[in-house]
Design a protein around this ligand. Structure first.
Ligand code: 5GP
Length: 181
């Protein structure tokens, strides 16, 4: 597949992403075999990864969706989270795994976890496709499952957008800065 002209560098190819989803799926299968976990996709960025991860998990599970946002059309977290679409599932006593696309500041997830903990799930863990490594910064949440680490750059593709574009790229890449500046 040829690289989109707005992409500066590919960080994870389709094949690498497939291997990541398989590995994380196998770990979750092992840990949740008899727990009927509820896996939750955070809309919209995580849905592409969610679809791959779910198919790599080989134990019974149920799915639900949540839409929270903290970004608007820019490239930096606003630090407050708004729940736009809530779960349809009662999570009390359930083993819940939040599937997240990317952990950047971690502020979005940390606020989301506060909200969900009040609903008394039996357990609450995070599966993050990517964690951004920011020098000198310790994020407030620690995903139990991590797909990969990326440098502090703005990335798109594989579900991630810039102003709603690029979500359908099958790889993950760094956007050329001139596209958003
Ligand atoms: P945080 O609250 O951790 O700073 O941001 C979390 C959300 O911001 C992620 O779930 C993701 O949707 C979005 N985000 C963070 N970094 C990037 C990035 O590099 N590219 C894109 N497209 N979205 C990002």
């Amino acid at each position: 597949m040829s690289m989109h002209p707005d992409i500066e560098q590919v960080l994870f190819s389709e094949d690498e992403i497939a291997a990541i989803a398989k590995r994380m799926g196998a770990q979750i299968t092992e840990d949740y075999r008899d727990k009927n976990p509820l896996i939750v996709a955070t809309l919209r960025g995580a849905v592409v990864f969610f679809a791959d991860l779910a198919r790599a998990i080989e134990c019974p599970l149920t799915m639900d969706f949540m839409r929270v946002y903290s970004y608007g059309a820019g490239t930096k977290s606003s630090g407050t989270v708004t729940i736009d679409t809530d779960l349809r599932t009662d999570i009390e006593g359930r083993h819940v795994i939040i599937v997240e696309d990317i952990l950047d500041s971690g502020l979005t997830l940390s606020k989301l976890l506060d909200v969900l903990r009040e609903r008394k799930p039996a357990s609450l863990e995070i599966a993050a496709f990517l964690v951004k490594d920011i020098e000198g910064y310790e994020p407030p949440v620690h995903p139990r499952y991590v797909g990969g680490h990326i440098p502090d750059a703005f990335v798109v593709g594989y579900g991630l957008d810039y102003a709603e574009r690029y979500r359908n790229l099958p790889y993950l890449g760094v956007l050329k800065p001139e596209v958003y500046s």
